[in-house]
Design a protein around this ligand. Structure first.
Ligand code: UD1
Ligand code: MG
Length: 486
């Protein structure tokens, strides 16, 4: 039987001491940064993230009973005793994250330094070389120009919107076909400001097609359709790769860490170890895309801070659930960095397991195969292990035509468990098929296993596929594209 999770909403002495130490260290760094007008915002970002970790960790613990009283609770379906625990704790992470990101603004943007005015109150004569100074001193991890604040704030509005709509989803349990579009609404501020502020809608054409299309092709409005589709896909794809303790947060942490690794490739001097390993040591330094990657890191580091705190509580045996709020929020953080950093293709490589799960889920998402409310693996109380959950096909509701053929083909390819039996009339009928999720498929392939083991194995798969994606990105991309995306 699974161990029963602790119920207390107070911190233990050890926890309090650790969180106090982390908070004190981070506040000291912040105080120093304030005094010295810190040159390297990344240090501030790390300190704020440490603070965000401690704050989220404590708040998630303290607010558990309050959330449960407000109706944010759910039963852990893969346990022998289906205890209810607090749900929607991603909302706490989102709140702490947004708060910390606002505190970060004075550290990361230049003051709009005005040397003089040209009359009439016009603040248009700005100190011209503020940014240049840093480059001359070799400080590439500089602050952003004031003009980037619009993008930063649009990202904040989008994240804020998605967190509120996610909260509404957790509260009202919105139907699948409606909630699918929640992230699209949240992406509107991001896309509108992108159009005004940045407006790049061109993409690099692969070498093969360059004689016909030229080196760049302007997709115009289509690029916005692509970004909107991406903004719908990423959050939803995380929400449906869910249902076992820790999986939502663990996959998000892996994706965010790999994105951060990708960012550091552009920030480190090219002759250091990581860029050399990635084969990008010929990149110019500072790389033209430095700003985009620094920007991306400033969103990812605090996200990692709050996510690790959530994982501590959501890991097996879960004491809280993350809620749809977290899944949408995490997906939107990735959308924000992918779109503003203009590296959504690289991000796609890190989302390969999610893309696979989404495509694989399509028959159930689009109603070809019945889709139960929950598709998470089934807990076998006798063995204590997880098994693939199934869709049962009644005798009078047998799949027909293409669907039947499709199920049989998938079954033969080992991509689905199909159980059949011969009826009294001698005809074979389908009794049950495993549900179309990567978690169930993994169990079909690897056999029943403990919940914690399934989370671990899927996290390793996520990391391995993501790393392979990055290798492909850096080692092979130049075979297909004539230049790196700058
Ligand atoms: C999505 C999936 C659904 C899956 C669910 C699990 C689709 C179309 N929908 O629905 O198949 O069952 O996520 O999150 O693929 N839960 C656990 N253990 C966990 C996490 C969640 O038992 O580790 C259960 C709890 O009862 C919790 C509930 O799942 O209350 C949360 O489900 P919710 O996130 O609302 O489901 P959806 O996102 O709608
Ligand atoms: Mg969910």
């Amino acid at each position: 039987m699974s161990p029963s999770p602790p119920t207390s909403s107070t911190l233990t002495r050890n926890e309090s001491l650790t969180l106090f130490t982390i908070t004190s260290a981070c506040l000291t760094v912040l105080a120093n940064a304030l005094r010295e007008d810190a040159e390297i915002p990344l240090i501030v970002s790390l300190a704020l993230s440490g603070f965000a970790f401690a704050a989220s960790y404590a708040l998630i613990r303290w607010l558990g009973p309050t959330f449960m009283r407000a109706g944010f609770r759910g039963a852990d379906l893969a346990k022998a005793t289906r205890r209810e625990i607090p749900e929607c704790m991603g909302a706490v992470c989102a709140a702490v994250y947004l708060f910390v990101m606002i505190l970060f603004v004075p550290f990361v943007f230049y003051r709009d330094v005005v040397a003089a005015t040209s009359g009439g109150g016009n603040r248009d004569v700005v100190l011209p070389q503020a940014q240049q100074l840093d480059v001359e001193r070799g400080v590439f991890l500089h602050r952003f120009p004031h003009s980037k604040l619009a993008s930063y704030l649009s990202a904040m509005v989008s994240l804020h919107t998605v967190a509120s709509l996610g909260l509404a989803d957790d509260l009202f349990d919105i139907r699948w076909r409606h909630k699918f579009f929640i992230p699209a609404f949240a992406a509107i501020p991001l896309l509108v400001v992108y159009a005004v502020d940045f407006g790049v809608t061109s993409v690099v054409v692969p070498r093969l097609l360059q004689p016909y299309l030229g080196p760049l092709i302007d997709l115009g409005g289509l690029y916005y359709v692509y970004m909107a589709a991406f903004a719908i896909f990423a959050p939803n794809s995380i929400n449906i790769l869910a249902g076992i303790n820790g999986i939502e947060v663990a996959q998000s942490i892996v994706i965010a860490s790999l994105l951060a690794l990708n960012d550091t490739l552009y920030l480190l001097p090219p002759d250091t170890l990581i860029p050399r390993l990635a084969g990008v040591s010929s990149k110019p330094h500072p790389h033209p895309a430095t700003d985009s990657h620094l920007f991306s890191l400033s969103f990812l580091i605090p996200f990692l801070g709050v996510s690790f705190a959530l994982l501590c509580h959501n890991a097996y045996p879960a004491r809280v659930f993350v809620g749809d709020t977290y899944c949408y929020f995490a997906g939107t953080v990735f959308v924000v960095v992918g779109i503003l950093g203009h590296f959504s293709k690289t991000l796609m490589l890190l989302l390969v397991p999610q893309i696979f799960n989404f495509v694989y889920s399509a028959p159930q998402l689009f109603g070809l195969v019945p889709c139960p409310r929950h598709r998470l693996p089934r807990f076998n109380a006798r063995t204590g292990l997880l098994e693939p959950s199934v869709t049962v096909w009644a005798e009078d509701k047998q799949p027909k035509g293409l669907v039947k053929w499709g199920l049989q083909v998938l079954g033969r390819l080992g991509l689905l468990r199909v159980v059949t039996e011969r009826g009294e009339d001698g005809r074979e009928r389908i009794v049950e098929t495993s549900n179309f999720t990567i978690l169930n498929l993994w169990l079909v392939w690897r056999g029943p296993m403990k919940e914690s083991r399934l989370t671990l194995e899927m996290t390793v798969v996520q990391a391995a596929v993501g790393l392979a994606g990055l290798v492909v990105r850096y080692r092979l991309a130049l075979l297909v594209f004539s230049q790196d995306n700058i």
